[in-house]
Design a protein around this ligand. Structure first.
Ligand SMILES: [Zn+2]
Ligand SMILES: [Zn+2]
Length: 363
């Protein structure tokens, strides 16, 4: 079928909306008509050249859609199902998958941005094959994806909300609920109030953390943080760590949702004895972050890396959708800018300019 897709041909160039051909699904694959795709910071990292990825590539990894057809050997979904896409489809058979840690699967081809057979089903009119970002390339009107990347969820969840479950929400929710397992009644600090950080804030509220202090460099982001459950907000300036200590008396769980060496060092200074520092945001490749090598062991601090919120997509995505429908996670507050596919370059620039909330492409 002929569709439009957002294609990046080289780092630090504009994304082009191109007509492309999507070929039929092969065994184990699914043709999905996308309904919505978030514009996530990980897309921006690729566009800005922070992370090296193969190109030309159809961008987008935070999406939802409707199954149009399936290849043979697919029984997990069928035509008409509403699905959220997982950007790390699990192989299902490696030691990590079998041990219940499918978010770390190393046999998935998602990291190569191709389907399981090493190719994709999307090409330009001249025949040039295109990569699909994390095997799903959601900034498109349709795509063929691995069946294991498709997680069925309730069609009652609006597409612009469902899309965000696939990356930003799962990452922030899971960092709090799965990776850190934050208990009720403890002080939590979340630095960086984009889609991931705001999801962490509302999840901290869900589990009963208190106080919940959100930190960001802009006031509109802090306003959103208060709207989704932050009890206190702190504008990131020179003495934010000192104010953090005054509000909390020491942070039990500190989340870096940016991926910043400066934030990690700062958060390390705010921890209560036995406190936990959780790295959620990712830095540019090759960058290192520093912690205090005396205080960390002396005060019994813990350092955790959280990938995809330690989510098993097939279990956690429907759980998150259910919590949204029950009114327990105000995910719709994250959607501040509904846009069309042609608006993607503008949305990327707004992200560089630190616009609050999430731009979501409605197909
Ligand atoms: Zn993302
Ligand atoms: Zn695996």
């Amino acid at each position: 079928m002929q569709v439009h897709a957002a294609v990046l041909s080289a780092p630090r160039t504009p994304v082009a909306i191109e007509p492309v051909t999507v070929d039929p699904p092969q065994p184990g694959e699914v043709l999905v008509r996308y309904l919505a795709s978030g514009v996530c910071r990980s897309d921006l990292h690729v566009v800005d050249g922070d992370w090296a990825r193969p190109m030309p590539v159809v961008l987008g990894h935070e999406g939802t859609g409707v199954v149009l057809s399936t290849g043979s050997d697919v029984d997990s979904v069928r035509a008409g199902d509403r699905v959220v896409l997982s950007w790390m489809y699990p192989c299902g058979s490696c030691a990590l998958c079998r041990s219940g840690r499918s978010w770390l699967c190393e046999r998935s081809s998602a990291g190569e941005h191709v389907l399981a057979d090493g190719t994709t089903r999307v090409r330009r009119p001249d025949g040039t094959a295109l990569y699909q970002y994390l095997a799903i390339g959601t900034m498109a009107e349709a795509a063929v994806v691995p069946a294991a990347a498709c997680v069925p969820i309730s069609a009652e969840v609006p597409p612009e909300v469902a899309a965000l479950i696939g990356c930003g929400v799962a990452t922030g929710f899971g960092a709090v609920v799965n990776t850190a397992q934050v208990p009720a009644g403890v002080p939590v600090c979340v630095v960086g109030c984009g889609g991931v950080g705001l999801s962490a804030v509302m999840s901290a509220a869900l589990v009963g953390a208190d106080p919940i202090v959100a930190v960001d460099a802009t006031e509109p982001a802090l306003h959103l943080a208060r709207a989704v459950g932050a009890s206190h907000t702190v504008l990131a300036d020179v003495d934010w760590t000192e104010r953090m200590r005054r509000i909390t008396g020491g942070v039990e769980y500190g989340f870096d949702c940016i991926g910043s060496a400066e934030v990690v060092t700062g958060l390390g200074r705010t921890l209560a004895p036995g406190g936990t520092l959780v790295l959620v945001g990712m830095t540019a490749q090759g960058e290192t972050v520093a912690v205090d090598g005396y205080r960390f062991p002396d005060r019994g601090y813990r350092l955790l890396g959280s990938s995809y919120g330690s989510c098993v997509a097939a279990l956690d995505f429907p759980k998150i959708a259910q919590l949204y429908l029950a009114g327990r996670l105000p995910l719709d507050r994250l959607v501040t800018r509904p846009i069309e596919l042609t608006g993607v370059n503008t949305a990327l620039q707004q992200m560089r300019d630190r616009a609050a909330g999430r731009a979501v492409i409605i197909m």
